[in-house]
Design a protein around this ligand. Structure first.
Ligand code: GTP
Ligand code: MG
Length: 396
């Protein structure tokens, strides 16, 4: 009996030690230098799982010298996967808008169905045209685009009178697509250029969805077979870096972070430097949305961009906008466009609003293309924006 008890005790101790080892292998943070000015640390991601051949090539290793401090070699993820550790395998980004179209159900019911009901009436009166105009304005499409759509539909009213339900729908989709800027260049600047990684800087007011979007972009890039490094340049709150690191760890992506209150430009610089040395495809940098003063934040963003460009040109500046904030959000956004040269807009939380037309207004008022749309809190609920697929989704 005693033998049996001793044997069980030995087994339990062995098991606990084994689990401990496995957990510590999953998450490792290497502090580059305790006295580093920026307190920058690198969190090593777990290696890619053997069953995910489409995972990005892992960086080869890099030296992380801290800022002006003696270089210290930091090993990035080993080429050989450690057994038992599995990463998420995100789906590729293509075709996501179509897959997520049901998320726009609120917009669908207020815009698509509303318009189709009126357009299907036998003879359209002035009151009907007013109703169409009001429906478009209520969806936040903006006065310019609304006028254009109504005028174009009116000139086609002879056609409308005899059109079938499907024909009406197609007509509406084509008019909406027309005001969504179908010819704008929405390519994301994530590719390597001149032997250096693409650098994506993500800015926006607090709560807009920046960190979530950076995480989702990293996943989408990994899903598309790219290698990625994240920079947690929101040093305003320590939790922000933790949040980002968690996103990265799930897909085996390295996060470069600094200490709370540290210099965001230093962290961004380190992230891009690490990306250059590791020869990754893309470095995505998250920034703070809040500072004590607005001008302080804008100065800081300008500095982050300038400092990063000592390593590699910033290939994309994404402004994250919360679609549910309407006009207010657009006004706030202008401040950012003055501080940094914004090249694309990410419109988040489109799943939470009936005003899908905000895409049109944002583009027209800021003169910057919407490149990505956030359609939920799920890890892969971010889609490249495609005007026709979007128009089809909101018409229903
Ligand atoms: N429904 C929905 N929620 C979203 C979307 N994108 C982000 N969110 C949520 O919005 C909240 C704020 O997102 P964060 O990514 O932390 O926002 P942030 O801009 O980084 O905020 P700060 O770091 O405080 O400036 C989180 O609860 C996200 O889950 C989206 O497309 N749809
Ligand atoms: Mg954040």
């Amino acid at each position: 009996m005693e033998f049996v008890l001793i044997a069980i005790a030995i087994l339990v101790v062995g098991l606990v030690a084994g689990i401990g080892l496995l957990v510590s292998a999953g998450r490792r943070t290497t502090r580059l230098d305790d006295d580093a000015v920026a307190g920058t640390t690198l969190t090593r991601p777990r290696p890619p799982a053997p069953q995910a051949p489409e995972s990005p090539p892992t960086p080869h290793g890099s030296t992380a010298s801290g800022l002006g401090l003696p270089p210290e070699t930091v090993e990035l993820p080993p080429a050989e996967p450690e057994p038992g550790l599995v990463f998420d395998t995100p789906p590729p980004s293509a075709g996501r808008l179509v897959r997520l179209r049901s998320r726009l159900a609120r917009s669908q019911s207020s815009l698509g169905r509303g318009l189709l009901t009126v357009l299907a009436r036998e003879k359209l009166t002035e009151d009907d045209w007013e109703e169409i105009e009001e429906t478009l304005l209520a969806a936040d499409i903006g006065i310019g685009a609304t006028t254009r759509i109504v005028e174009r539909l009116r000139t086609q009213s002879m056609v409308l009178a005899t059109a079938s339900g499907t024909e009406l729908r197609d007509l509406l989709v084509s008019e909406l697509t027309g005001v969504l800027g179908p010819d704008l260049d929405r390519t994301l600047g994530t590719e390597r250029r001149d032997g250096r990684p693409g650098v994506v800087l993500v800015v926006g007011v607090n709560g807009a969805g920046k960190t979530t979007t950076v995480g989702k972009i990293a996943r989408a890039l990994v899903g598309d077979g790219k290698s990625v490094i994240l920079g947690a340049a929101d040093t305003f709150r320590a939790a922000a870096a933790d949040q980002l690191e968690t996103w990265g760890e799930r897909v085996g992506v390295l996060t470069v972070r600094g200490r709370e209150g540290g210099d965001p430009a230093s962290v961004a610089f380190e992230a891009v430097r690490t990306g250059v040395e590791a020869e990754v495809d893309t470095v995505v940098v998250d920034t703070a949305g809040r500072l004590h003063t607005k001008s302080g934040l804008m100065d800081e963003l300008g500095k982050v961009k300038r400092v990063v460009e000592k390593q590699a040109p910033v290939t994309e500046v994404l402004l994250v906008l919360d679609a549910t904030t309407g006009q207010n959000g657009v006004v706030q956004a202008r401040v950012f466009t003055e501080a940094v040269e914004v090249t694309g807009v990410v419109l988040t939380k489109l799943d939470g609003t009936a005003k899908g037309g905000i895409v049109v207004r944002v583009q027209q008022e800021l003169g910057i293309p919407v490149k990505l749309v956030g359609l939920g809190e799920g890890a892969d609920d971010l889609a490249p924006f495609e005007p026709k697929a979007f128009a089809e989704a909101i018409v229903g």
